[in-house]
Every structure is written in C-alpha cells, then in structure tokens.
Ligand binder design. Structure first.
Ligand code: ATP
Length: 539
C-alpha cells in the first residue's frame, strides 16, 4: 500500500524519476507493445471489458488462456508465501468494509490526485503528470545532447565530465531543476493554485486541443463509493477497497489469536482492488479494477529494518526465479518517505514502455494498527511472551499487482522469431509452470485409431496437468497455435505409437523433437512444468 498522499509523491520524486527512465521508449517499442496487446486479445488472454458495448475504460476481462496464466501467477505467489513459510497464513477478507476503516487508513482524506480539465477538448488530466511530462522533456533534451556527443567522440567520451561542463546541457539542467523545485514545493504545500500557475507559466498545452484553456486544479479522491442497505432502513456510504491490506490489519487479532501466531508472522491475501484512476493507460498496467497480492509481516518494534531487508531480497528472488532475465529487474529505493514509513522500495520491471513498478515493499511502522486502535477504540496489541510485554507490532508489507505481474510475464515472453526457412513464428516463452496449457496432445492424422490413442494419453495426464487435445489443421499449424499461447510441449501420436508405444515430444523454445515412450511423458512434464520445481528455487 502506497498511499497517494501527494505530499509523499512530490517528496520522493517517484513519478518523475519513473518518467525520466521512460524517455528511451521509441517507436519500435510502441509498435511491439501494440502487437502484444493485440496478441493478448487474439489468443484469448485479455479482452477489453464490455467490448460489444464499445468497452469500459481501463477495465479488462481475462479469457480462457489469460485466466489460467493469472491463476498460475497467483498460485506461485500463494504457495511461495503460505506453503514455504510456516509463519505465514492466508486470509480472504470482504471487499466491503466498515467506512471508518478508510478514515483510519488515511484514504478518505489523502488518497487523492490533483486533476485539471481543458475547457476546449473537455479532456481531464492529472496536473502532476502534466508537469512531470514537462520535466521529462528537459531530461530528454539532455540525453539527446549526451547521445550525440557520445557518438561524435567515440571511446574517448567522458559522459560524466560532459554532463557537468557542457553549456547546453547545463542550461537545460538548470531550467529542469528550477521547474522541479517549484513543482515539489507546490506538491508539498498541496498548493493547487500554484500547480495551475506552473502549467500556465510553462505554456503546457492540452495535447488534444493544443490550448491553455485550463480549469482550476481540484483534488480527486480515487476511491469508488456506493450505498449499502435500502433507503427505508437508512443506507450507509461504503467504499470499494482501494487495496487489500486494510482487510489484513483489521483481522490481525482474529488471525493471531485463532491461529495462535507468534511474532514474527505474516498474513497473505489475494483480492480485487478498485481505484478510480484519472489517467488510465498502458493496457492492464493501470486499471480501475485490478487484483493485488499483499502480505503484511508483523514484527517486534526495532526489528523492522532487518525484516525489510530480508523481504526486499526474498521478493526479488521470487521474481528472478521465473527466468525472465535478471537484467530486467531493479530496485527503486525511496529516498524520502511518507511520514508513516521508515523504509520503502519498489521492484521495477522492464516493460515495453520502460522500467515500471510491479511491486512495493514498505516498512510501515505501527501506523496502521495504531490508527485502527485509535479509531475503533479496541486494543490491538500483541503480548510477546519472550519479552513479557505488550506492544503494537510493526509491519513490513509486500504488495504486488497481479495484472502488472501478468503484463511483465506476458510482454517479456513474446517473441517474433525469424526461422531458418525465412518464416516468422510468434512464440510466447512463458515460464513453463505458468503456461496455461502444459502440453498439447495431437494425433498426426484423424484416422487409423490415432485420435483414440491420443485421447487415452489425455485421460492419463489430465489429473496432474492441464493438457489439451488438438486435432484440427496440419501439424505445422497446430505447433504454431500452441507456440502462440506458450504451450511448453506438443506431443504427437503417430503410426509408430501404435507399434511401439512411443510418441514425439516437441519443445516449444528449441523446436527440437525427440521420441520417448508414452509412459514417460508424465515424468518429463513433472520435471519441466510443475510448480514444485519453481518453488524449489526459492529455498
Ligand atoms: P502507482 O504509483 O503506479 O500508481 P502505487 O504506488 O500507487 O502505484 P501501491 O499502492 O503501492 O501502488 O499498490 C501496490 C501494487 O498494486 C503496485 O505495485 C501495482 O503492482 C499494483 N497497482 C496499483 N495500482 C494499480 C492499478 N491502477 N492497476 C493495476 N495495478 C495497480
């Protein structure tokens, strides 16, 4: 949970630095991203919501393959948390919660973005994003100067020296810093008029209308609300939760007491969250309805930074075990922190549009439990038998978006591979344990008893693996179809199978085929596609 208290955003410069890193986004990457989005739809992974009614902005549905991939991601996280750690247990709390919870958590008062409308285009923007985009333009100019000089001077180029001494770079830098300073101050002071004035002073125009005909800047709370109960009984305003974490905090005592949990211990939860994002873009990266996997780890006061370091490392290891490429991850440590946190970092992943946050790890002190104690009037403390004292536990939170994780896995697995024969195949190199279908079982032809034989193999495997029987089209087309949805293995039953009980097994990535006895297929699959093998890398 990273409260969108915009003070915190400005202080950390978090969004700005993210945007700076995105300036390398070029046309090729944009094209690639479009292809990935189209592929997700064409192959039943992700559909726009309510499509026959022209869609619903920033809401998506997961199709027949998408739901399998998503479930496998969730299973990987859930088992890594609750099965590999004896001191972490699960929870499934309701989406609706007592409205005071969101007062205590700070969301009612501070979960805001500053928004501004352009009167001509009638388009709405986040004022902070408009200004950050302007800052990013200066960074872009600086980087272009540096790239030009690097090309000119070749090996002898000293980038650091150039950045520090080149007059043009220095001029851009000083303008950039001036703008950034003004912007940070406005955000820190929550000065809405000043934000608007910056937009006017820097001639920031609406990208659609091209005009500066801006409204005032207003605060916009990102929580969705609805009414609970019929009017005759009197109704109550309730919120759709903007994060799953508060369900964990308010159940801290229930779980601790009934599970007889001893500190340190954790509570893990996977569930839907809702945020009325003003600028929703980049496909499933920023959605209005999304899913989170959050774990709150309760520790003794004073020990939180040790645990923060441990979770930071543990979570990165979880990501890297998928084998998507270690160079695609980096930490983004927050230098300045929200008032309730004493350490925070993001795990960023290299998306087609740059490094982006996939997971946040936060040391949240005793802020949440302490506030719930205050607002509910109920004592929320833990008696530590070793210390013989009661205290409000400190919390380390790991919070990851399922959909962002899905996007990182999906996008980095996508390849348009040029083959030796000049053809191109589209292949999803999904980590095998996450693949929607583990193996496709194919009769070479639809006669001579081969379909029956293939079906026998399906029936033998289906209790342990998600397999698919596939007999339509030529074998080549069937291979391509399975490559496109990331199926790690294709198993073909042919005439020789009837004679000696062997089948061919084709590997998705290498396209190599080998003959093995049909009776060995299960053990090959077990070794290559089971979640167990992935989980073993974590211990
Ligand atoms: P951002 O700065 O990108 O808005 P955040 O810092 O507000 O993210 P958190 O509140 O820390 O995000 O939420 C934890 C995780 O939930 C994020 O790391 C991300 O993976 C996911 N998440 C947050 N907002 C969205 C969204 N609108 N759509 C999809 N996933 C989201």
């Amino acid at each position: 949970m990273h409260l969108k208290i915009w003070k915190a955003h400005a202080a950390t410069g978090k969004r700005r630095s993210k945007q700076n890193k995105n300036i390398n986004t070029n046309m090729a990457q944009e094209d690639l991203f479009k292809k990935i989005v189209a592929h997700a739809k064409e192959y039943g992974f992700v559909f726009p919501s309510s499509e026959i009614y022209d869609g619903l902005s920033a809401v998506y549905d997961y199709g027949q393959n998408g739901v399998e991939l998503k479930n496998n991601i969730k299973r990987y996280w859930w088992d890594a948390m609750t099965q590999l750690n004896e001191n972490i247990v699960g929870l499934d709390s309701a989406i609706f919660m007592h409205p005071t919870i969101w007062k205590a958590s700070g969301h009612v008062d501070a979960f805001n973005d500053p928004l501004i409308d352009n009167r001509d285009s009638k388009k709405r923007y986040r004022a902070d994003v408009l200004i950050e985009d302007e800052i990013a333009k200066y960074d872009d100019k600086i980087n272009k100067e540096v790239a030009k000089a690097a090309k000119k001077f070749g090996d002898s180029f000293d980038e650091k020296l150039y950045r520090e001494t080149n007059p043009r770079v220095q001029e851009h830098l000083s303008k950039r810093n001036e703008l950034h300073e003004r912007y940070s101050k406005a955000m820190n002071d929550m000065n809405l008029e000043e934000l608007r004035q910056i937009i006017l002073d820097y001639d920031i125009v609406c990208p659609i209308s091209g005009t500066k005909n801006w409204t005032e800047v207003r605060q916009f709370n990102l929580m969705f609300s609805t009414e609970m109960g019929s009017t005759s009984e009197g109704s109550m305003k309730v919120y759709l939760r903007p994060e799953t974490a508060q369900g964990i905090f308010v159940n801290f005592l229930n779980v601790q007491k009934t599970g007889r949990m001893r500190i340190p211990f954790g509570i893990a939860q996977i569930g839907k969250a809702f945020r009325n994002e003003i600028v929703a873009r980049q496909f499933i990266f920023r959605m209005r309805e999304f899913e989170q996997m959050e774990m709150q780890f309760f520790v003794r006061p004073g020990e939180e930074l040790k645990w923060f370091a441990k979770w930071k490392e543990t979570r990165l290891k979880w990501h890297k075990a998928l084998g998507l490429g270690d160079e695609k991850y980096r930490y983004h440590d927050h230098e300045k922190l929200a008032h309730y946190a004493n350490a925070a970092t993001d795990i960023e992943f290299l998306m087609p549009f740059g490094f982006k946050e996939v997971e946040g790890i936060h040391s949240r002190t005793n802020f949440d439990l302490g506030n719930h104690e205050k607002f509910s009037g109920k004592k929320i403390q833990y008696f530590d038998p070793e210390l013989n004292q009661s205290y409000t536990p400190y919390v380390i939170e790991t919070s990851i978006g399922v959909d962002r994780m899905f996007l990182s896995v999906f996008a980095s697995s996508y390849e348009e591979e040029k083959l030796e024969n000049g053809e191109t195949r589209v292949v999803l190199h999904l980590p095998a344990p996450l693949a929607p279908i583990k193996a496709a079982i194919m009769p070479l032809v639809r006669k001579d008893g081969l379909p029956e034989k293939a079906q026998e193999l399906v029936d033998a495997l289906k209790f342990d693996f998600k397999v698919q029987y596939d007999e339509k089209d030529s074998i080549g087309k069937r291979y391509r179809r399975q490559d496109a949805i990331g199926t790690p293995f294709c198993i073909t039953v042919d005439h020789q199978t009837l004679e000696d009980g062997t089948v061919t097994i084709r590997h998705r990535d290498s396209m190599q085929q080998e003959r093995i006895p049909a009776s060995e297929v299960a053990s090959v699959l077990d070794k290559e596609v089971s979640m167990k093998e992935l989980l073993k890398k974590l211990v």
